[in-house]
Every structure is written in structure tokens, then in C-alpha cells.
Design a protein around this ligand. Structure first.
Ligand code: ZN
Length: 90
């Protein structure tokens, strides 16, 4: 396992895989709606995000479990909490 702390390289690679199939990618539209609903804050620690700790979309039902990229299935987490979450929860 490579450990790169820099900017979600793992996530990116997974995204690319999904992009080829043309599904499950979080569209800008959806992202906007989720951010608006969540007040542009991490729903775990409340940070508004920054260039070093950006806000990301977390899938409540994981993509690999078939979770859709819909507003209902997404929640705003900062990169730091998102990372922690997946460290703990897999
Ligand atoms: Zn956070």
C-alpha cells in the first residue's frame, strides 16, 4: 500500500475507474446542492474548508457498495475527516 497524503490520490484513481463507466461520479450540480444543504461546512468538525483541507463529498453508502451519487447519499466532509472516517470504517 502506497501512502501518499497529498491530495486524495487514491480517491482520484477510483474516480477515474468509475468515470470510464460513466456512472456514480458526483456532478458539480449534485456537489453544489450538497454543499448548500450542509452550509458549506464539514458535517463532522464544522470546518468551512480551506485550500489545505478542502471539503469533499462522502458517500454514506459507499460507492463500492453501490451507493449512488445523489444528494441524499452524500454528505460534506473535509478531507481530514473524510480520511479519518475511511481509516476507521474502511
Ligand atoms: Zn472535518
Amino acid at each position: 500500500m502506497r501512502k501518499r497524503t497529498r491530495r486524495n490520490s487514491k480517491r482520484r484513481e477510483r474516480h477515474l475507474l468509475h468515470q470510464k463507466k460513466g456512472s456514480r461520479k458526483v456532478s458539480h450540480d449534485i456537489r453544489d446542492q450538497v454543499l448548500t444543504r450542509d452550509g458549506h461546512q464539514c458535517q463532522h468538525c464544522g470546518t468551512p474548508g480551506s485550500s489545505r483541507n478542502r471539503l469533499t463529498m462522502h458517500h454514506k453508502i459507499y460507492r463500492r457498495h453501490g451507493g449512488p451519487a445523489t444528494v441524499d447519499n452524500l454528505i460534506t466532509l473535509c478531507e481530514s475527516c473524510h480520511h479519518d472516517y475511511h481509516q476507521k470504517m474502511g
